[in-house]
Each structure stands twice: as C-alpha cells, then as structure tokens.
Design a protein around this ligand. Structure first.
Ligand code: AMP
Ligand code: MG
Length: 506
C-alpha cells in the first residue's frame, strides 16, 4: 500500500538525540478503524479527507506509517504513588511525529498500544479496545467542557487479543498532545543525564511551550512558575466538574498543562470530597480533594530537577524555587474562586471580599455533601433557580432547611450585583459553565462493554455525540430530546457507584 505523506516536523527527534529510543510499531493482523476524529484531523491540517477507512486503519495501526513519521519511545521516570521509579518511559507508546495545527500550535501525534519498546519492562506494549475508547470519551468530553486535554485522533482495533484478567480485543489509540513532556521527563534526566542535557531539555520545553520566557532574566525559575500556573488553572477546572484523575503520578503530569492519561479516572456523582474510584488507590492519595495538594507535590519534584539551572548557589536556588512552590495554593485558590463565581452566577465585584464568596461556595458544597446530592445536576439546577424555577433544584435535596437558608444567602449576594446592568441573564451565564452532561460512569461502562464485548459501537458513538455538547440542554427542546439525551444526564444508582472501581494498567 502506498504511504501517505503527512506534514511532520519532528523537533523532539531532531533536537534531543539521547532523549529517546527509535522504535517501530508492531505490525497488527487485522486493523479496523473504530473511531476517527475528522474535526481534529482538519485542525491538524493532515490532509486526510480523501482517505477511506481501510487506508486510515492501516495508517493508524502503524502497518503503513505515513511518510515523514519518525517513531520514537520517549524516556521518562516518575514518582508512582509517592515511590520514585527511575526507569519508566514509553512502554507501550510511540511518538510518531509533530505537526503544526491550523492555529499555529505544534502538536504531538503518538500511538498508544503499538507494541513493545525498549522501555516496556515486563509489559506487552499493547492496549485493549475498551480503555482506548475510554480515552476518546474522556478526552473529547474534557475538550467540550473547555478543559485543556490531550485528544484522540483515531482508534483502530488490531484483530489481536490482549491478555489482562481476561482476554480482550486489542486496539491502538492515536493521541494528540501539545507535547508529551512530563514532570517525569525532567526527573529522568536529573537522575540519569548530564547537566547539559537538563539545560537542553528545559530550553526545549521553554521554546516549545513558553517562548515568551526566553528573554527573561531567570528563565528556568520563570519556567517553573509558568508550569505551576497552568497546573493551578487545570486542577481548578477539574475540581469544578468533579473530575478525579485517579493516578496523578509525576509521569502523568504534563508540562503543557493538559489533562493526560485517562486510565482510572472518573467523574464524581454524589458530592464527596474524599471520593476515589481507582482500585489501587487504597489510601486515597489521589482522592478528589487531594488533587491540588498532589499537584503541588508533583511541582516540588519538578522544582528539584531544575535547581542546578535556577542558580549556581544551591541555597539560593532552593529559596527561589520554594517561593514558587509556596505560592501554588494561592494560585490554585485564585483560579478556583474565579471558577466558583462563574458557577454561582456571580461576576465578582470588588466590594465583595474573596472570603465571602469562598464561604458561600464552601457551604454550598457542604450541603451537597451532607445530602449526597449529585454534583453536576445541583449546579445545573441552580441555574434554573436563578430564573425563579426552584422545583428541579429542590427535588435533588432530601431535606430543605439547609437549602432554604443557603438560597437566601446566595440571593442576597446576587442582589448586590443586580443593581449594575448585565447584558447576559444570570441563568444563561451559569448554563455556560455548569454542564448538563458529563461522562457518567454507568453510561461510559455501558458503551465500552457494548464495543468491547459485542463489537457494537452504536452506544459509544451516541454517547460521544452527546458529550460533545455538554452545555446544550435546551429547556424548550427537552421533551423532544428527553428519551435520547436525558439518559446521559441521569446519575447512576447508589448501588452502581458503591461498587464502581476503575483500573490501572489497562
Ligand atoms: P500509565 O499507568 O499508563 O501512566 O503507565 C505507567 C508506565 O507503565 C509507563 O512507563 C507505561 O509505558 C508503562 N506501561 C503501562 N502499560 C504497559 C504495557 N501494557 N506494556 C508496557 N508498558 C506499559
Ligand atoms: Mg502514563
């Protein structure tokens, strides 16, 4: 089959020799295209519009790599559940190449599940259909929610079984990322590399993700600050949609500030700050409420690798880096509060102290927690209440007294802003930030089971379609859409959530 030329420009392979191992994807027996993201392909300017499914399956299985591709396995280390593992790396992933998208942004195109690499250790290098389609659903949902995320370009089933607790159909995901640089990449070269390599890596990351820092006086310190800023913003966004990543190891924290690696992640239903779903996270290290703290911890690990670059004098370097790490929680709080105000329908005028709104938000969350109210629906129905329709909100709460008191406080707070003219009605602006649809765990599982066990992609496609419009519940349309879409908004039963666990090593 003739190969297609893609407009690759592979800076990582070209500029960072010694930071990766060249490696070819394994050939697969029977590639079938399960998913192709045409919108994303266009955004990436791949020029694939004329290709049929068979050609795309051949390309995105690795059987017919496009011309210009330069597959490499990237080296990285990582702290996994707090334990340092010096030797991780792309054990089942390959960076195929980089392209410049329609907006002038450089993006990585990478395979996941394409076979063994020099970093595979005891793993088979493979992936299964269910978990790879899960990456599609979560990544596209995140993107539609306005949260920076890696995204899926394609999923191809391989026609080959993979062996986990049971035999599963194999698949390869093609993942698009701003880059695959991680905290763990820096840890690898701090542990194994030369000082010159550390500088090379940091300069590469700065040029690629923060070019505005190239001229700054201490670019490595500013780099740390910039990464911290993006993480603070990202984690605040996760918290506001009830997203629990599940495995925030340092090798899963991306330098560009995108959500990456959707293994054991889940969206919370009934609000519980201690919610954790990952089967292996027995201590709740990566529980919902722990995420800001863990992000800070991971950034400290990044900071350690940068110390020799920040200042020649170690004491001074530590002092400078510590100031950045110590400012993380305030940074996070700033983003969280801004997001909270938007969710509450507040514009946040100066005469209202931050502590007033923070307290208002926290007491709302306490209320949701105490009454085990569905996080997503509570926010969405609060928008209805902003229009005077309180019944749907009240229906979510078992007891009313706490709610009445809180609603009164909220209305009083809103009233402060209602004196000044606002073009957008409060309910409308609230509906733009409080999604109606999130990837409900029971619906995701249902769709993945149909695809993986029965080869039926229809539930997956319908769910994906719905998740691409998470804010679009039109009250006027609701009756017509109800049977098809309302199921995706329904919380899972208490029994389902009590049993629900997500798995790593997928
Ligand atoms: P993850 O939990 O997906 O972030 O992966 C953690 C590490 O384990 C990375 O170095 C992966 O490349 C590696 N890994 C995960 N699954 C496999 C597999 N099936 N074969 C080889 N390496 C794997
Ligand atoms: Mg990972």
């Amino acid at each position: 089959m003739p190969t297609t030329l893609l407009p690759f420009d592979n800076t990582y392979a070209r500029d960072l020799p010694g930071f990766y191992e060249p490696c070819q994807p394994a050939t697969v027996p029977e590639p079938v295209l399960l998913f192709f993201n045409r919108g994303l392909a266009e955004e990436l300017q791949l020029g694939l519009a004329g290709q049929d499914d068979a050609a795309l399956a051949a390309m995105f299985s690795g059987n017919a790599l496009p011309e210009g591709a330069q597959p490499i396995a990237q080296a990285y280390s990582g702290h996994q559940f707090g334990q340092f593992n010096p030797q991780l790396g792309d054990g089942r992933a390959l960076l195929i190449g980089e392209v410049i998208d329609r907006h002038g942004r450089r993006r990585d195109i990478a395979f996941k599940g394409s076979g063994r690499t020099p970093f595979s250790r005891r793993g088979d290098g493979k992936a299964a259909v269910g978990p790879m389609l899960r990456e599609v659903l979560i990544g596209e949902a995140m993107h539609a929610l306005g949260i920076p995320s890696t995204r899926a370009l394609a999923v191809v089933s391989t026609g080959e079984p993979v062996w986990r607790e049971r035999t599963l159909p194999g698949a390869i995901l093609t993942r698009v990322a701003a880059s695959h640089l991680r905290v763990g990449t820096f840890q690898y070269f701090a542990a194994h590399g030369t000082p010159e390599q550390m500088r090379q890596l940091a300069d590469y990351a700065i040029a690629r993700h923060f070019p505005e820092l190239l001229a700054s006086e201490n670019r490595y310190l500013e780099f740390l600050r910039a990464v911290a800023e993006r993480q603070a913003a990202l984690i605040a966004q996760w918290m506001h949609v009830g997203f629990i990543h599940g495995v925030m190891n340092t090798d899963n924290m991306g330098i560009p500030g995108e959500s990456i690696d959707f293994g054991p992640c889940a969206f919370m239903e009934a609000f519980d700050p201690r919610a954790v779903f990952s089967s292996i996270d027995e201590m709740g290290r990566y529980a919902y409420e722990a995420q800001p703290r863990i992000a800070r911890w991971n950034l400290s690990r990044l900071a350690e690798t940068l110390l020799p670059l920040i200042a020649d004098d170690e004491g001074q370097a530590i002092e400078l880096a510590t100031e950045v790490i110590d400012s993380f929680m305030a940074r996070y709080q700033h983003h969280w509060l801004a997001g909270l105000r938007a969710k509450l329908g507040l514009r946040g005028t100066v005469e209202h102290g931050d502590h007033v709104d923070t307290a208002l938000g926290e007491s709302w969350l306490d209320l949701l927690h105490a009454q085990q109210v569905d996080f997503t629906l509570a926010w969405r129905r609060l928008a209805d209440a902003a229009e005077g329709n309180e019944a749907p909100l009240r229906a979510l709460f078992a007891g009313q007294p706490g709610l009445d008191l809180w609603l009164q406080r909220w209305r009083e707070r809103c009233a402060f802003e209602d004196a000044t003219p606002n073009i957008t009605p409060r309910a409308t602006s609230m509906r733009r930030v409080n999604p109606w649809l999130i990837p409900r765990n029971h619906r995701v599982e249902e769709a993945l089971a149909a695809a993986s066990d029965e080869g039926d992609l229809t539930p997956f496609e319908q769910l994906l379609n719905a998740l691409q419009h998470p804010f679009d519940e039109d009250p006027a349309l609701a009756p017509a859409l109800a049977p098809a879409l309302a199921r995706y908004a329904e919380p899972a039963s208490g029994e389902f959530m009590a049993e629900f666990r997500t798995f790593c090593g997928t």
